[in-house]
Write a protein that binds this ligand. Sequence first.
Ligand code: GN1
Ligand code: MG
Length: 360
Amino acid sequence: MEETILQAIRAFDLPEGNIRADAFGNGHINRTYAVSVEGRKERYILQRINQYVFHHPDQVQENILEVTSWLRRKITQEGGDPERETLRVIPARDGKPYFLDGQENWWRMFPLVENTFSRDLPDTPELFEKCGRAFGRFQRRLNDFPAGRLHETIPNFHNTPWRMEQLEEAARKNAAGRLSEVRAELEFCRERAKWADRLVRGFEEGRLPLRVTHNDTKLNNVLLDQKTGDAICVVDLDTVMPGLMAYDFGEAIRTGACTAAEDETDLSRIDLSLELMRAYTAGFLAEVREEMTAEEIQSLPWGARMMTLENGVRFLTDYLDGDKYFAVHRPHHNLDRARAQLTLLTRMEEKWEEMLAALS
Ligand code: GN1
Ligand code: MG
């Protein structure tokens, strides 16, 4: 085992004994290990936080600690098992919710939630409905959390008009000389500028309440119980921030109710599955409808449209910038992703009436 990993593990108060650490999971952002102590059955997750994405790992950890402590209390009150239904931050020996080593690496530890699995794609509407329930429950339990207390760890994350400005700036700079390739996509985005501020304006005008949002509501961030198949725990709390309910709902629909991959090049395969959207919506609203305002419920389909536009805009911006933010695995990868998102958005616009009807 690398000395830095061993040193990090020793910064946390684990039981005595021989330690082993194995690479774990398939995350693209943080480095993750499963840690065990000889002769003990409990395991731990050790992660090195990616500082290129998160400039203030201490603030990320403070957010996670606040939110998970709140969730633990709620789960206990409801008679649930907080050890399985939320993450628990294990403090370092000095009491901090992270360990900063001598080489500027930031580490954190959680108990590993055993006997669970996750899925990258919804095999069935039933599975997607369960995930909707899990994220709905997450929102319900955080309904009375003072969201403004959380750090905005990535500023302007879902400020769609700002994302549009970034696109215009990238087009002006044309840093990678690719502008002439993307005229049609740029025009497509510009035509949507008239509604890109719809959600942020709803917040600014006091019509949409500030919530705690997860911001990465992909299916594979829900742990399912191996025995019952129930969705029990929402993980990957790195981007927990103040935001709007529509962001989390929308991101789940964008990623989970699309019939093709995020970077699909055969655009004819890309569609919005209304069946999957209805399933997720039913699960989500069953948990949290009562805590929501009427206007907030109406904003949910807009979240799906907005997140799809926003990701298209971000991929296009990164393509123009020369692939600086998103990891690319082939030439034109960001352009392929942008085209796939804009195609999905077109399908959503065509099915808009049905999307609105999915709420009832
Ligand atoms: C990034 O790496 P991943 O898949 O968790 C990005 C999301 C994008 C997504 C698009 C912190 O998320 O906002 O929607 O890529 N996360 C960050 O694939 O920028
Ligand atoms: Mg993530």
